[in-house]
Design a protein around this ligand. Structure first.
Ligand SMILES: Cc1ncc(C[n+]2csc(CCOP(=O)(O)OP(=O)(O)O)c2C)c(N)n1
Length: 672
């Protein structure tokens, strides 16, 4: 690679890109860890994108109509941090760069959403960024359809590496983007032919160009170090009616002794080699020093969008008050004032009519009430619409010919759906929820975890939540999935017992601004247990006394979802024998844990024996059974200790011993 020719052909461009390369080398040397090669290889693409195309204003990082830039190859985080620093984002100071990867620095090992402005999503787990980007682009299309292009008209740009494209989720994402003709999505593929173990072809011979074309993308192939070619390719990508992939042939760790090798992928910290690379760039400045002329050229790029933003602001101000208010409210993730009243009315009606319905159906009933009030919701399902009950009346289907449609047929792509929903939530202005079978939380899990880590309120509607789904058998019957979901920090796992609790759970899931929710819903019909109307949202307390013992309280039954009615039946049997029994419904453990000690003590007093009932594994239950003033020798559990089986649901409950009778026996055995 003849760097001198590159330098002399475009000296201004070269120096800007060299600033990224130098900061990358310095930060990684100081941290003695990180990934140098990718930022060094993609510095030219990023420089042209930011200088010539990206619509942004470093002084207003949250401007809703900015273009989004997503670094899917998150290990190359120094590329993003350098760009943010150079263009003048106030919170990305040179000290943050110096403190790359250190305690409390904004410059975490991989870009983390919320740590610094300009980081649009958390990346690092390869493939997530490109899959989030599909959601960003869908949200943009949807918002543009609703507000018009004077208010919403921006691109989503992504840098993805070989790793992102090898990950399975990228396939789901690429196919979705192609189907939906997301023409404002532009992906740069860092085609450097290097991963950690060696050259790409030790593991993959996919023709990526053909692959993207086959999924309906517009594809170009360019030299990723040629600024004119990069500029022309981006300009062309903007004119196509398809999503665009620009295959950028690059050299990993350009100009370093490790160029074009897998060693170049990682931390290049050897000082002599570092100095030699800088010399090859014609960069004779000390560590972390950016000459004033280069810094101010970059800052001018950071300020380039200010005029655009002013004009946008003026257009926004001229919107009608109601539209303005709705736009802002949705971006702030505030719910309409009418929501709580509507939920309350629905609860009252459900308590009075006491329907026997599956909670997946209850959820649809809630959505029928919520979706007309909250135009920002975008629902969907991974090809299980009729089973997940996620489509309420009058949503319309989101398609290229109907961008106002609010329902997405994600296809059989649970992971892609979850990642796209995260992208929508991060884009702002829309509130995504989507469904599949609870068992397939496994397929969506990497994105569910990131929703929790990023603190975004994506709603995962997971139906068919136990052996209660019956004949489909153990492949489809979740047993460990509640435990896995509950083990994830910052996740609310709701397992509502009836329509009233389902309405309460939805209210909480839609009201939170920073916690994703898993709604664990049944296939089978459940009786209404909340037959007495309470205006207060009892699910907000996580657990509460559903039925009190008459006489001396000897037993407490703790149950969730479909097993709450079993607990109520067991209580009736026990009470008939003079054994005072309290039933505690526990629709959301995490919210119960967040209650103060006094409340928890009131719900779970010491003394009585305790039996937990849930058609899942016991994992996690001992916290409530023997912890929280419980006693190891005075508690037991009715649930699953292995996988389910294929049979009608009632027979499964009977055979696996999840019955009122079995519960009564356990209580009696404990009482001796
Ligand atoms: C899901 C996931 N698996 C594995 C890794 C570890 N990892 C980080 S970078 C990388 C190689 C990526 O290769 P490529 O995208 O070509 O990046 P480059 O070598 O060009 O920097 C791997 C395996 C990861 N970050 N995420």
């Amino acid at each position: 690679m003849d760097l001198t020719a590159l330098r002399t052909a475009n000296p201004d461009h070269w120096n800007k890109a060299a600033a990224i390369r130098a900061l990358t080398l310095d930060a990684i040397a100081a941290a003695n860890s990180g990934h140098s090669g990718m930022p060094m290889g993609m510095a030219d693409v990023a420089t042209v994108l930011f200088e010539k195309h990206l619509k942004f204003d470093a002084a207003a990082p949250n401007w809703p109509d900015r273009d989004r830039f997503i670094l899917s190859a998150g290990h190359g985080s120094m590329l993003l941090y350098s760009l943010l620093h150079l263009t003048g984002y106030a919170d990305m100071t040179i000290d943050e760069i110096r403190n790359f990867r250190q305690w409390r620095a904004r410059t975490a090992g991989h870009p983390e959403y919320g740590h610094a402005s300009g980081i649009e999503t958390t990346t690092g787990p390869l493939g997530q960024g490109i899959a989030n980007a599909v959601g960003f682009a869908m949200a943009e299309e949807s918002q543009r359809a609703h507000y018009g292009r004077k208010i919403v008209d921006h691109y989503t740009y992504v840098i993805a590496g070989d790793g992102c494209l090898m990950e399975g989720v990228s396939h789901e994402a690429i196919a979705l983007a192609g189907r939906h003709e997301l023409s404002k999505l532009v992906v740069f593929w860092d085609n450097n032919n290097i991963t950690i173990d060696g050259t790409v072809d030790i593991a993959d011979r996919t023709d990526q160009v053909m692959r993207f074309k086959a999924s309906g993308w517009h594809v170009q192939e360019i030299d990723g170090h040629d600024p004119a070619a990069i500029d022309a390719a981006i300009a062309k990508a903007k004119t196509t009616r398809k999503p665009s992939m620009i295959a950028c042939k690059t050299h990993i760790a350009l100009g370093h002794a490790a160029q074009d090798t897998s060693k170049g992928h990682g931390a290049l910290t050897d000082n002599d080699q570092l100095l030699a690379a800088k010399a090859a760039y014609g960069w004779d400045h000390g560590p972390f020093v950016i000459p004033a002329d280069i810094k101010s050229a970059w800052e001018a790029i950071g300020a380039r969008g200010a005029a655009d933003r002013d004009e946008w602001q003026a257009r926004f101000e001229s919107l009608g008050d109601r539209r303005k208010e709705r736009f802002t409210r949705a971006y702030e993730r505030d719910v309409p004032k009418r929501l709580s009243g509507a939920i309350r009315a629905m609860k009252k009606q459900a308590s009075e009519s006491a329907p026997k319905v599956a909670t997946r159906k209850s959820s649809e009933m809630v959505l029928d009430v919520v979706n007309p009030i909250m135009p920002e919701t975008i629902g969907g399902s991974a090809d299980l619409t009729g089973s997940n009950n996620t489509k309420s009346a009058d949503m319309g289907v989101f398609l290229p010919e109907n961008r106002k449609g609010r329902y997405v047929h994600y296809g059989i792509r649970e992971h892609g759906m979850a990642a796209a929903m995260n992208g929508m939530a991060l884009h702002g202005g829309v509130r995504p929820y989507g469904g599949t079978f609870m068992c397939f939380t496994d397929y969506a899990r990497p994105s569910m975890r990131l929703a929790a880590l990023m603190k975004i309120p994506t709603v995962f509607v997971m139906t068919h939540d136990s052996i209660g789904l019956g004949e489909d058998g153990p492949t489809h019957q979740p047993v460990e999935h509640l435990a896995i979901s509950r083990a994830t920090p910052n996740t609310w796992v709701f397992r509502p017992a009836d329509t009233v609790e389902t309405a309460e759970a939805w209210e909480l899931a839609l009201t939170t601004k920073e916690t994703p929710s898993v709604l664990s819903l049944t296939r089978q019909g459940l009786p209404t247990v909340r037959t007495e109307h309470k205006a207060k949202n009892l699910t907000a307390q996580g657990a509460y006394v559903l039925a009190e013992a008459t006489g001396k309280r000897q037993a407490i039954l703790l149950a969730t979802g479909s097993e709450v009615s079993i607990a109520m039946d067991a209580r009736a049997l026990l009470e008939a024998e003079g054994i005072g029994t309290r039933v505690v419904s526990m629709p959301c453990w995490e919210l119960f844990e967040a209650q103060d000690e006094t409340y928890r003590r009131r719900v779970l007093p010491a003394g009585p024996v305790r039996v937990g009932i849930e058609a899942g594994t016991r994992f996690g239950w001992d916290k409530w059974l023997s912890g929280e003033r419980g006693n190891r020798s005075k508690c037991d559990f009715v649930g699953m200790d292995g996988f389910g089986a294929s049979a009608p649901a009632d027979e499964l409950y009977e055979n696996f011993g999840i019955t009122a009778k079995a519960t009564v026996e356990k209580v009696k055995a404990l009482l001796g």
